[in-house]
Design a binder for this molecule. Structure first.
Ligand code: C2E
Ligand code: MG
Ligand code: MG
Ligand code: MG
Length: 277
């Protein structure tokens, strides 16, 4: 209701509500300053194959807030989306990840690694997305065949054709495309088959219950079968136990990401882990 009365009118309901309102106002103000204050960080989580060898990483955004500490994306991505700030921040993430990938290309130890980067639907649909991303590729000289952009099914709810055109453009540059959180959205299978995808990522909500819910097990099995028939790679996210990994392996999924293999960590910690393994 407060919203309906317009931006300049605040009405206070109760102290709790007021506190929440103020908290989110501060959050938005702080988010707007985060870039200038250099508070964004990238963490990297390993992606492994059956023998435990790390084949790549996913870059995950963190916010180093002076009072709140290290804030996870679940607490601020929605606000970045609703304010449109995700377009700037997403470009920062991509550029940082591409510089990292380019730097790994110079090291025997790391030159095989792929880099997965999450792209928000708003960022992808932005009119400047392709020029921006092309400029980042030129600046960083990242090896694009080792870059994977993670998109979600919500990308295809509206503007399907323009989304597909942008994907085709990226594919032509050699970039790989992954469909994140697969199974949680509403994409039609017929449409999926027409998209230039390289990978399906099984959402962690299904992986978590793969041993305890036959419905979830069935969803994971169908996803693996779908990936196979469409000739796509498949990777499971949120793998936390040996038993989950064994089940996935037995059902044909041979790539994993999850706490069982490693949490998201700083670049230094990641490189140190890879050096000893
Ligand atoms: P996502 O892309 O599906 O990333 C996987 C999330 O699962 C990450 O959470 C990761 O830390 C978490 N995870 C990985 N393995 C496990 C596990 O074994 N158990 C559990 N419980 N969780 C696991 P995180 O880093 O908090 O990110 C949450 C979401 O925020 C991401 O989900 C992604 O949708 C979004 N996000 C993160 N970074 C970016 C970014 O740079 N740009 C955009 N647009 N979105 C981002
Ligand atoms: Mg992801
Ligand atoms: Mg995911
Ligand atoms: Mg997820």
């Amino acid at each position: 209701q407060a919203k309906a009365r317009g931006r300049d009118t605040l009405c206070f309901f109760d102290p709790d509500m007021q506190a929440t309102l103020l908290a989110s106002t501060h959050l938005e103000r702080d988010l707007r300053q985060a870039q200038a204050l250099d508070q964004w960080q990238l963490y990297y989580q390993p992606q492994v194959e059956v023998n435990g060898k790390t084949t790549g990483v996913e870059a995950l955004l963190r916010w180093q807030h002076p009072e709140r500490g290290l804030v996870s994306p679940g607490d601020f991505i929605p606000l970045l989306e609703s304010t449109g700030l995700i377009i700037e921040v997403g470009a920062w993430v991509l550029e940082k990840a591409c510089y990292q990938l380019a730097s790994w290309a110079q090291h025997d130890r790391f030159c095989h690694l792929t880099m997965s980067v999450n792209i928000s639907p708003l960022q992808f649909h932005d009119a400047e997305f392709i020029p921006r991303i092309t400029a980042i590729f030129e600046r960083t000289q990242a090896p694009l065949d080792r870059l994977k952009l993670e998109v979600t099914e919500s990308l295809f709810v509206d503007a399907r054709d323009s989304a597909r055109d942008k994907m085709l453009f990226l594919k032509a540059l050699g970039v790989r495309l992954s469909l994140d959180d697969f199974g949680t959205g509403y994409s039609s299978l017929a449409y999926l088959a027409q998209l230039p995808l390289d990978q399906l990522k099984i959402d962690q909500s299904f992986v978590r219950q793969v041993l305890t819910s036959s419905a979830n097990a069935a969803i994971v099995e169908s996803t693996i079968a779908l990936a196979e028939s469409l000739n796509l790679e498949v990777i499971a996210e949120g793998v936390e136990t040996q038993a989950q990994q064994a089940w996935l392996f037995a059902h044909g999924c041979h790539a994993y990401q999850g706490y069982l293999f490693g949490r998201p960590v700083t670049i230094d910690a990641l490189e140190a882990e890879l050096d000893v393994s």
